[in-house]
Design a protein around this ligand. Sequence first.
Ligand code: 1HN
Length: 374
Amino acid sequence: MVVETFPIRMVESPEQPTPSDALADLYEGFEGEFLIPLWTEIGDLMPAHPRTKARPHLWRWRNLIRLADRAGELVPVGRGGERRAIALANPALGGKPYATPTLWAAIQYLMPGEDAPEHRHTQHAFRFVVEGEGVWTIVGRDPVPMRRGDFLPQAGWNWHAHHNASSAPMAWIDGLDIPFQYVTESQFFEFGRDEVTEEEHATPDRSRSERLWGHPGLTPVGVQAGTGSPLLAYRWVHTDAALRDQLALESEGFRGVVEPGHALVRFTNPATGGDVLPTIRTEMHRIAAGRESSPLREVGSSVFQVFDGAGRVTVGGETWAVERGDMFVVPSWTDWSVSADAGQDGSDSAALDLFRFSDAPIFDALHLYRSEKA
Ligand code: 1HN
């Protein structure tokens, strides 16, 4: 086996030892033994603050959905490929299907009557629906309807399959911690049954999980919760009402919202009050028409999807006008802010709604989270 060595750069600089033939010999000795001195590497290994490898980037929904529609015509879904999912690849991450160094984001597409086969993996995942309906995701044999605005977490190692019970194609977005589990070498995967039962092709309006866990402030006693949220769907009617109430209270003089004109809710595990997934935090932001968020930088990376409305987004040195469905990335320690376009009549309907997912629970758990007003 040929093993590559790692060339050590001998450079002339006040912080480096004076170049000489003897130093070159020493460095060659290091190379031969697979040794790397700290003094040539420390600037890259220990920067004063995070230096992200990712880049701010925007994917337009009209392009995502057009290409997913075409994939629906050309690409079958089944065992092996498992999912007709098309990943957002950050242009600065070397051609890997990673939106950020820790997060996978994809648009997934199912044609009428199609099934995505059952499997399970350790990667934590969720679905979010920006438009359409008709697919039931079957998690642990519980069929869960997916509709516009619904958020559906699915903690690792649960069996899951998807079934489009309608006569129209449906798209949604998936978020997973694939890059994180890849770099930490913690992944496991198993195929499930090739077909789910007719019973699991049922199309109930509410899942078993929502009937148990979907009542605010009420924990079903004696029911086991497992890893991650036992509530498998967070419905748009609830999310919308929570955001509407925050902004209405603010207009009545309440000053407790995250910032003026900005309502924010986090999806939480009803059994613990913590994040819905061990590695992924998910939130819905509503910026009132004509208002903006304060620029912020944070440790960890995020992916946003515009759920509704239109506005402007600034991430690092990039500014984009955004509309429904558009997705963008905020890399670690990169300033970001958003503003909602002014409404015609100042009405609530012109607000900018943003779905956000991030790797924040990882940094919270390890006491590595920091933020700063930009
Ligand atoms: C997966 O199982 C889903 O279940 C989506 O919908 C995306 C990406 C890689 C590996 C497994 C799903 C995935 C995935």
